[in-house]
Design a protein around this ligand. Structure first.
Ligand code: WTA
Length: 650
């Protein structure tokens, strides 16, 4: 029996970019894409040197790539400063008066910073960090709301060669502590609080809790944002505004080696302690620059908005670094998408004339659930390009995004990548790739992606397997901070010399990649291996369904039975009749094999703070009736209780 992942959904909808879009785009035909991709993979030194030359270097590199698997060095011997490339370069080239960040707070307060103003803020803060003794390679932990100062803090660290380690503002004191213990950061940057759904998230209190027994942190810099009461520990805690008032707005940046560490970002897998993914300077810079330029097709007159939080890799690569390297104008928003209601995002798009919009499938499904009226009352005609990231996007959600948000005229770039990859790896080129609902399509330049079976043989077209990257790329992680062995074991030990992503994927005859979900989540029903994304997408294609999570539970005969947790659209009641209908619908769309044995209607699915469905929790729940695994990264812990009740009732 084959061990490959089977695919039963057939997607024949295909959309080509308009002639007008293609004409202006950087890559305007598939022939051009193929030519450039071939060059980038066969002669990476030629391709990447050309891209790198568009940025500023204090010393040119010698070799473009030094590869001793699994260790890569890019732009070897080159020296640069990422912050200078993101900020000063634009001022020096006469773009100082261009808006860099148009920011909106959740309560509705607004602020715009030009590149010149941003330069002053960053220089001031770099001076502040240095005045507190922060040096090159020191680790700085950032725990902030989505305010301009979060980006300022990141850029200031990069400017002085300090390594930032951001902890998402929704994480707990315990998460901060774990990451402090691992990174040994000496400085923490936080705020009194941040606004979220009308309330204040008490960030400083969490930092205090995390630092109770700490002996390493010397300085805590606190931004005043919400003006709630906080405790300041004398000798350790200082206010952002007091410190920046003491320094000048100029700062001479040093240059750093291309392989100088830029940041650590922790990602939590299903087991073990979080992995500190380490990214370095030159390769990451060039890769995020190039992906923004080609995939988001960024232009001088664009207003770009990525709705991620800077606490995630998407916020690192596609808020702070990539867009700023391209000198674009971007929108930044502090709060929740549903504050005061689910039309907030569309209000922002309309108010600022957003032209490029990048969000996650989880948000799109939440908008669908909330109803179309909230979208329809807004003018979204400024949009020209849409993007998604973070999870497989169900074809029906994709179609809704395409039609309702994009008005049928905006290409969608479904971008596959990971914290580890640093930059987008698989995505359409908006000016030429024919796009298909739910499909990430083609590898980006320099990415040699393949799908392998367990023996390491390349899978045939339409046969699912494991997604691997066969060659190094500039933005790749360099190691897991402090744990080389885990780096090798996790990413480089399945197939010699190749990076394993841990995702299942399928490629069609034309070479389009579709991601079917994490390999740990793949179902095995009577010897048929099914990706979770496929069954979930079949469920979501039913008109009553907003969102679905599918897991396997042990079954005597079939090996695994299919269990579906289904969230219905607002106002629809989960009757027994609907339950039958939904089951049969999956049978019709995929086949009897995928028909869920159990269907649970639930108002909410268990999601991580970054919006990914936590299937391992559901798997444990349906197998044992309990949840004992680590759920600290869960968005809403109360969901567990209600799911437990639901499963027990049956
Ligand atoms: C999933 C986010 C399907 C995938 C940038 C990957 C996706 C994990 C997509 C990484 C996509 C991300 N289609 N799946 N377009 N983008 N994923 O580290 O399983 O938060 O391995 O990085 O998200 O998540 P991470």
């Amino acid at each position: 029996m084959s061990n490959n992942i089977e695919s039963h959904l057939s997607e024949d909808r295909e959309f080509k970019p308009s002639k007008e879009f293609s004409k202006k785009a950087r890559v305007s035909s598939m022939a051009q894409y193929k030519r450039m991709h071939k060059e980038s993979v066969e002669k990476p030194h030629v391709f990447w040197a050309r891209e790198a030359k568009e940025l500023s270097w204090d010393k040119k590199w010698g070799k473009v790539l030094d590869w001793k698997a699994p260790y890569a060095k890019w732009f070897v011997g080159g020296k640069t400063n990422v912050c200078v490339n993101c900020v000063d370069r634009h001022v020096d080239e006469g773009r100082g008066n261009k808006a860099a960040i148009i920011w909106e707070g959740e309560p509705g307060d607004k602020r715009t910073l030009t590149y010149s103003q941003l330069q002053r803020e960053v220089c001031k803060f770099a001076n502040v960090l240095e005045s507190h003794g922060v040096k090159s390679k020191d680790r700085v932990l950032i725990y902030m709301p989505m305010v301009v100062e979060a980006t300022v803090a990141m850029l200031a660290c990069a400017r002085i060669g300090a390594v930032h380690s951001i902890v998402f503002g929704g994480f707990s004191a315990e998460s901060i502590k774990d990451r402090l213990d691992d990174s040994k950061a000496t400085c923490v940057i936080t705020a009194d609080g941040g606004w979220r759904r009308g309330g204040v998230v008490d960030l400083k209190a969490n930092v205090d809790e995390a630092l109770k027994k700490d002996k390493i942190v010397k300085t805590v810099i606190v931004l005043e944002r919400t003006r709630n009461k906080v405790k300041m520990k004398r000798g350790r805690d200082v206010w952002w505004h007091d410190e920046t008032a003491k320094v000048t707005g100029t700062h001479k940046a040093k240059s750093f080696d291309s392989e100088h560490p830029l940041f650590i970002l922790y990602t939590s897998g299903s087991t073990g302690k979080p992995k500190g993914i380490l990214h370095t300077t030159g390769g990451y810079m060039v890769n995020t620059y190039a992906t923004c330029k080609y995939i988001f097709d960024m232009r001088d007159d664009d207003v770009y908005w990525c709705t991620a939080d800077v606490g995630w890799i998407t916020g690192h690569s596609y808020i702070t670094y990539g867009p700023m390297l391209n000198g674009v104008t971007q929108v930044m928003y502090e709060g929740a998408p549903n504050f005061p209601d689910f039309s907030r995002f569309w209000q922002i798009v309309e108010d600022y004339g957003v032209s490029i919009f990048y969000t996650a499938p989880t948000a799109i499904r939440a908008f669908i659930k909330a109803g179309d009226e909230l979208v329809e009352k807004h003018d979204l005609s400024s949009l020209r390009l849409l993007g998604t990231v973070g999870e497989p996007i169900n074809p029906e959600a994709w179609m809704w995004y395409y039609n309702k948000i994009g008005g049928g005229r905006c290409p969608i770039v479904d971008t596959w990548w990971q914290t580890e990859t640093g930059a987008i790896m698989i995505s359409p080129m908006p000016g030429c790739t024919p796009i298909r609902p739910g499909t990430a399509t083609m590898p980006f330049f320099g990415v040699d992606a393949a799908i392998l079976d367990e023996e390491g043989k390349e899978c045939k077209a339409n046969e699912g397997g494991r997604l691997v990257i066969r060659k190094p790329w500039p933005g790749m992680l360099r190691t897991i901070y402090g744990d080389k062995k885990r780096y090798k074991d996790t990413y480089w030990s399945d197939y010699p010399g190749m990076y394993t992503a841990g995702d299942g994927a399928i490629r069609d005859k034309k070479g389009n990649f579709t991601i079917v979900g994490r390999l740990d989540d793949v179902l095995n029903v009577s010897g048929h291996r099914l990706g979770t994304a496929e069954v979930e997408s079949a469920l979501v294609s039913h008109k009553a369904v907003a969102e679905a999570a599918v897991v396997g539970r042990p079954h005597e005969i079939k090996g695994q039975a299919v269990v579906a947790f289904v969230s219905l659209k607002t106002g629809i009641e989960g009757t027994d009749e609907l339950l039958k209908e939904v089951r049969n619908h999956v049978g019709k769309v995929i086949g009897a094999i995928a028909k869920p044995d159990d269907v649970y209607f639930t108002p909410a699915l268990p999601k991580t703070r970054s919006g990914k469905i936590m299937r391992r929790l559901l798997k444990e729940l349906v197998a044992t009736g309990k949840v004992t695994g680590n759920i600290t990264t869960l968005e809403d812990v109360s969901v567990v209780k209600s799911l437990q009740k639901l499963v027990k009732k049956k």
